[in-house]
Design a protein around this ligand. Structure first.
Ligand SMILES: C[S@@+](CC[C@H](N)C(=O)[O-])C[C@H]1O[C@@H](n2cnc3c(N)ncnc32)[C@H](O)[C@@H]1O
Length: 481
């Protein structure tokens, strides 16, 4: 009975927090927190297994409980219900939905009470399955955990912190007291200092950060690790002028600003951010303001290839090129969208999940990819025609070669691009320690010189969704003398 009593407290807590609007990804944290809060003796792992399964089945459980009338039958003891509805829910879950289909408890009045209703409960479940046309309700269960990022990545924004870096680090240490040496070891309350991008940290996705003072004041920004790669690779400095051609919501734009304005206040425009969608341009402006970079960034609303004439930007030295893509490397959109709808944020949460991507579910993937890749090729090719540009980082959150390596190949084969002296930067200048590189077979099919193909593939970065700690991603840097 102790197990069910402890699980009841936890499930009660979970249901309460959920009705108040839980942050995505925090079921595990909620369970761990409540185990701590109530000082429970039962192993939290066992409680989590029971509570999370109950949670996943909640829709069906609630229907069966209601239709069977079991809850109305609960006897009274001294004017109060003799049994908790939540405990009954846990017991009925075990009876109907667990592997063993047994209540793991010795003789007890509540067990006898539930077993008395067993026939009715079972027949309500059969009715429900017939209605839903399934042989097992598991066929209808969507495990939300498959839709959740394994790590919440946050970066310190030097524009807002400047000489207060130590204080910010101390604040982070206070919130996340334990440092772990790999992102895969992250559990609630711990922090991982990323080894690839400076001032970037990984924390548990269930640890709430958006209400923290550091976040509300723009001193830290939530941004997926892979999404931080482009600005890190571009590595702009105070003498650069950068165009972010597809900028909203502005994660990469403000990360570029973090490089350019880390040692000096943004007093003059050194970044031009283009965004064709006026609504998304509003989010971009909000992000830029929150990051404290308004004076250093000009926002241009419109199609980059139409409103940005190369001759009007003779001083532009570099590009961030992160155009619309299939978004096949992204997950968690549903969870985040639901979260964002249910929360009134005082600050903007423009996470990687909000980076725009094309919805391809209703269209033929091949056709969609063909259209997208033709747009991606054209927009990069256009950027490569700017007179003083010396470096351009192209990126997508797609896993498809059509939007990644094949764009690189098409650009390298383009006469105009070749003539302008562009090449792919070698691995040594593109996060050399990152182990996952471009797809070699894609380059080998076109470049028969093995070394050339190898160098090109090595020059590219690939990031696998989840397995590499966040969204799926691709990045490459074009450069010339
Ligand atoms: C993948 S999102 C960019 C995400 C952004 N780089 C970030 O890190 O926050 C692509 C954006 O490019 C915009 N876009 C697409 N085509 C464009 C064009 N021709 N000119 C300007 N913006 C464009 C889309 O509206 C979308 O907001």
């Amino acid at each position: 009975m102790n197990f069910y009593r402890d699980a009841t407290w936890v499930l009660e807590y979970v249901e309460k927090v959920e009705t108040e609007g839980r942050v995505a990804g925090s079921l595990q944290t909620l369970v761990l927190n409540s185990c701590k809060k109530y000082n429970l003796k039962t192993n939290p792992k066992h409680i989590y297994a029971a509570v999370s399964s109950c949670w996943l089945h909640r829709e069906f459980l609630d229907t069966v409980l209601k239709r069977s009338g079991i809850l109305k039958d609960i006897p009274n003891k001294k004017g109060q219900p003799a049994f908790s509805k939540i405990t009954i829910k846990l017991l009925v879950h075990d009876l109907l939905f667990s592997k063993s289909k047994r209540i793991q408890m010795g003789k007890h009045p509540i067990k006898e009470f539930v077993l008395k209703h067993k026939t009715r409960l079972n027949s309500e479940l059969v009715r429900l399955k017939l209605k839903l046309k399934v042989t097992d309700v598991k066929q209808l269960i969507k495990d939300d955990s498959a839709d959740i990022t394994p790590v919440r990545w946050i970066r310190i924004n030097p524009v807002r912190t400047r000489d207060k870096m130590k204080e910010v680090l101390a604040e982070l240490e206070k919130k996340f007291p334990t440092r772990v040496s790999s992102w895969s070891e992250i559990i609630p309350g711990t922090i991982y200092h990323d080894e690839y991008v400076p001032n970037l940290f990984g924390v548990h996705p269930g640890d709430k950060i958006t209400s923290h003072e550091l976040y509300r004041t723009g001193k830290i920004i939530i941004q997926d690790r892979a999404s931080c790669f482009p600005a890190h690779i571009l590595n702009p400095n105070q003498s650069d002028v950068i165009i972010d051609a597809c900028a909203a919501p502005g994660n990469k734009t403000t990360h570029v600003a973090a490089h350019i304005f880390q040692d000096q206040e943004p007093e003059e425009v050194r970044i031009h951010a283009f965004e064709k969608d006026p609504e998304r341009a509003k989010t971009l402006r909000t992000m830029i303001k929150a990051a404290g970079c308004t004076k250093g960034i000009d926002v241009h609303v419109g199609d980059f290839t139409k409103i940005a004439k190369p001759s009007a930007f003779p001083n532009v030295t570099g590009f961030i090129m992160d155009p619309s893509c299939s978004g096949s490397g992204i997950f968690g959109r549903k969870v985040m969208d639901e979260h964002n709808k249910s929360k009134e944020e005082t600050n903007v949460v423009a996470s990687e999940q909000e980076e725009e991507h094309e919805d391809i579910k209703d269209e033929d993937l091949k056709n969609r990819l063909a259209k997208l890749s033709s747009f991606q090729f054209e927009i990069v090719r256009y950027a490569l025609s700017f007179p003083s540009a010396k470096k351009l980082v192209y990126s997508t959150c797609s896993v498809h070669a059509e939007e990644n390596e094949r764009i690189v190949i098409d650009l390298l084969l383009d006469a105009k691009v070749k003539e302008s002296g562009w090449r792919v930067r070698k691995r040594a200048g593109v996060l050399p320690a990152w182990p996952r590189r471009g797809l070699l077979n894609e380059f080998e099919e076109v470049f028969h010189d093995k070394e050339v193909a190898q160098d090109l593939a090595e020059g590219c970065i690939r990031v696998l969704p989840k397995e590499d700690g966040g969204i799926g991603f691709f990045a490459v840097c074009f450069e010339r003398d």
